[in-house]
Design a protein around this ligand. Structure first.
Ligand code: HEM
Length: 267
């Protein structure tokens, strides 16, 4: 008799939850990349750099500040590249079809992630683009963790320890997307808190809470996912699959709101 190769139902639920979340995250991140290409790429292409201030920024474009403007614009444009490169790395079909592209794109992703992080540090702590101490410290912790996991992902790939590489690379990827999670998180928080009469301002607890959650929550969910993968208990896999399904709905809602209210209106 031929043995069935189909994984058991709880493993399929877990895998379906992860796939569904990844599909919604891909849609949301592609919308973010499209905004960056149109808004920042458009300003570069037309030379209308003053037009960048059509969108509220912390500091943004400052006439005459060549160094600051270059860091700001470089940071944003490379952010679009690293977000796209990260998505490419995670699509299994692309990885299987073009393994050499996976290696080169992986190097590109990790190197650009470090450049974007370092320019981000410069923007906050040297240029003085500050929203408030709580969120400045939060995004700086996010940046530090990007550096830590980018280095660990790189070293484990060089050592050909692919189990560790997968874990560190996924952590680095979620952390690089901290700023995207922050944007969709603010949208979701706005949808939930505004009807309760709670305002979200940059120095207030709601914004600081969403800032910290934007990198800590995805990391925590990823650790639970790793545990569920290893677990022999059916309910652990099933519950995690359901959690990821709910996260997919939230991601879709937050991304649609960010695209509609944050990105589209300034294009
Ligand atoms: C590596 C992941 C990162 C990505 C993908 C990213 C992406 C972006 C993007 C797209 C913008 C333009 C904002 C907009 O118009 O919506 C931006 C602005 C900014 N980023 Fe990042 N960022 C990252 C990391 C960081 C880090 C680690 C810091 C600080 C330590 C930082 C600090 C800033 C600041 C201060 C601005 C605002 C500049 C202004 O408005 O004057 N970023 N980032």
């Amino acid at each position: 008799m031929k043995a069935s190769l189909r994984p058991p139902l709880p493993s399929r639920i877990l895998s379906a939850g992860a796939t569904l979340w990844f599909v919604t995250a891909t849609l949301g991140q592609l919308a973010f990349v499209a905004f960056i290409v149109a808004f920042f790429g458009g300003a570069l292409a037309t030379g209308d750099l003053a037009g960048l201030n059509a969108k509220p920024h912390v500091t943004g474009y400052v006439p005459g500040d060549l160094v600051g403007n270059t860091q700001f614009l470089g940071h944003a444009v490379l952010a679009g590249l690293v977000t796209f490169a990260g998505l490419w790395q995670l699509v299994p079909a692309l990885r299987r079809r073009w393994p050499a592209a996976h290696r080169w794109n992986g190097r590109l992703f990790l190197a650009v992630a470090l450049v974007v992080t370092l320019t981000g540090f410069w923007l906050v702590w040297v240029r003085g683009s500050r929203l408030g101490l709580g969120s400045d410290v939060s995004i700086s912790l996010n940046g530090l963790l990007i550096v830590v996991f980018a280095v660990l992902a790189w070293r484990s790939a060089v050592r050909r320890d692919f189990t560790a590489h997968r874990r560190h690379a996924l952590r680095a990827w979620l952390l690089v997307n901290g700023v995207w999670f922050l944007r969709i998180g603010i949208m979701l928080a706005g949808l939930l808190l505004t009807p309760l009469g709670i305002r979200i301002d940059y120095q207030g607890p709601a914004f600081i809470g969403v800032s910290v959650a934007s990198w800590l929550l995805p990391l925590a969910v990823l650790e639970l996912y790793f545990r569920a993968e290893r677990s022999r208990r059916a309910w652990t896999k099933t519950a995690m699959g359901i959690v990821l399904g709910v996260a997919a709905l939230a991601t879709l809602a937050g991304s649609l709101a960010a695209a509609a209210f944050m990105w589209w209106p300034v294009l």
